[in-house]
Ligand binder design. Structure first.
Ligand SMILES: [Fe+2]
Length: 481
């Protein structure tokens, strides 16, 4: 069978499937100097199509997981990219063609796919309790060898996880070495079950709270505070009967309100507080924190559906303006189900991150991919919540940035004292750079810039693992008051 990718917008230019597993020992430094205190590995994950899609169409959140690592050691950076050998990948490799149908729609699979899971492990990575895991929200994680990236197999933490999947947006408590995560449609496609899990430093489940969503929806991300897990439900809903007839896995329901569950982390489903508000959506949360009886949740909020390729049940699509970082405030003292909204930035931004030690806590610094030029360019944005301002670094014409990763200068540095590691897409030149920015002075541009001879196709998310952590299994980070 010939390999011919369809001529669809997703595959034009930078989005063309890359399908390369690369190893580069020592990236070329083209500007500045690498600060010696950066020792560890930046891991990122994104989709790349192994074979042309079965029905000639594709959406950017599908495609087999490709893991990219940047290992900082002794003043050099080594780069490696490897596919995650999921069940799906291995079957397709044998068949030498795509066997899995439209996004998450197992009813559109080739019979040769059998009962294999659709999971692509294409969204994010986490290192917890000695396991490096590649994540996609529709399946359990795949464990990888941290050194070679060889796929070891699907992991349910030794049977501790009983849901059919785990989120690609876990939150790590870097001080106590706890992983907080969840699964939605947790008993199978189209189910309303959702479960919150806390796993301790040994990978044992120490909190587990099951409850029902308002509908069998999509819950891409959530947020945590010391006492609560915050789950927003935006109306992307699965109608499994429609999916069987070939409809997209999610449909947008503009007639449904946004609903938010504030779940006491150490309580039960009966203690959940529910809030409601206008129909909107968000893929990503920057952070959440408690303030007396209030919980604040900061998200990149779209005034409409954030995924325009999931139309309404009647097939309507909505063009949605770009997202604005916005704060939801839930007051737990007055018993009312309404929340308030407050914009936190004027420039649109997505893929929000923080100094991860401060996840769940009051914080000053946030980082986003900001703006988008007509030529596809974008900037690294640093939001200073205390000063109420945002500064940006633009990497130049026809250059886009991927999600930035914060690395603290030391485990006990003040919040925001450290570096941002940012992969830059040189769209016209068809290769990538890796920028190292001083997180306290983002606008000044990189303190070190490395050039890759290859292209890092747009990855979604990633994580930073200090060199020691791979050995000790502990992050040992501190929050500085
Ligand atoms: Fe995401």
């Amino acid at each position: 069978m010939e390999i011919r990718f369809p001529d669809i917008p997703l595959y034009q230019g930078w989005g063309h499937p890359y399908r390369v597993e690369a190893t580069i020992r020592g990236l070329e430094l083209v500007e500045g100097h690498l600060p010696p205190e950066i020792e560890g590995t930046l891991l990122r994950c994104g989709p790349d199509r192994q074979y042309p899609p079965r029905d000639g169409s594709d959406v950017f959140i599908d495609g087999e997981g490709m893991v990219h690592t940047f290992r900082f050691s002794g003043g050099q950076v080594d780069y490696m990219s490897r596919w995650v050998r999921t069940e799906r990948f291995v079957l397709q490799e044998k068949a030498r063609r795509a066997l899995f149908g439209r996004y998450r729609n197992r009813f559109a699979n080739d019979p040769a796919a059998g009962s294999a899971r659709n999971g692509t492990a294409n969204t994010n990575l986490v290192f917890h309790a000695g396991k490096l895991l590649a994540l996609k929200e529709d399946d359990l994680p795949y464990e990888l060898d941290p050194e070679t990236l060889e796929t070891r197999g699907r992991s349910d933490f030794g049977g501790a996880i009983t849901s059919v999947s785990l989120s690609a947006h876990p939150k790590l408590d870097l001080v106590h070495d706890e992983m907080l995560t969840f699964s939605y449609q947790a008993k199978g496609d189209g189910t309303k079950d959702i479960v919150f899990y806390a796993l301790n430093r040994d990978g044992r489940v120490v909190d587990e709270i099951w409850f029902e969503m308002p509908w069998p929806g999509m819950v891409h991300d959530f947020a945590v505070t010391p006492n609560y897990a915050v789950f927003p439900f935006f109306p992307f809903i699965t109608d499994i009967e429609a999916v069987k007839r070939g409809a997209p896995f999610y449909q947008w329901h503009p007639d449904e309100e946004t609903q938010v569950a504030i779940v006491p982390r150490h309580g039960t489903a009966r203690d959940i507080r529910w809030f409601r508000g206008p129909t909107m959506s968000a893929g990503h949360m920057m952070n959440a924190y408690e303030d007396g009886s209030k919980v604040h949740l900061d998200v990149c909020l779209y005034d409409g559906p954030c995924f325009d390729f999931f139309p309404t049940p009647s097939g309507q699509s909505f063009p949605t303006p770009p997202p604005i970082l916005t704060q939801f405030t839930f007051d737990l003292s007055d018993g009312k189900p309404a929340y308030t909204l407050r914009p936190l930035a004027r420039i649109p931004g997505e893929l929000p991150r923080t100094d991860d030690r401060y996840q769940g806590h009051g914080y000053q610094h946030g980082y986003m991919v900001a703006g988008r030029g007509a030529d596809g360019s974008s900037s690294v944005g640093h939001v200073d919540h205390h000063a109420g301002k945002m500064e940006c670094w633009a990497p130049g014409p026809a250059s886009a940035v991927q999600e930035s990763q914060f690395v603290p200068r030391r485990p006990d540095s003040k919040e925001g004292d450290g570096y941002l590691l940012t992969v830059v897409n040189r769209l016209a030149e068809n290769h990538s750079d890796l920028a190292v920015l001083d997180a306290r002075n983002v606008a000044a541009g990189p303190v070190a810039l490395f050039r890759l001879p290859v292209r890092v196709r747009m990855a979604f998310h990633g994580t930073w693992v200090p060199a020691e952590t791979f050995q000790t299994r502990r992050y040992g980070m501190e929050i500085v008051p």
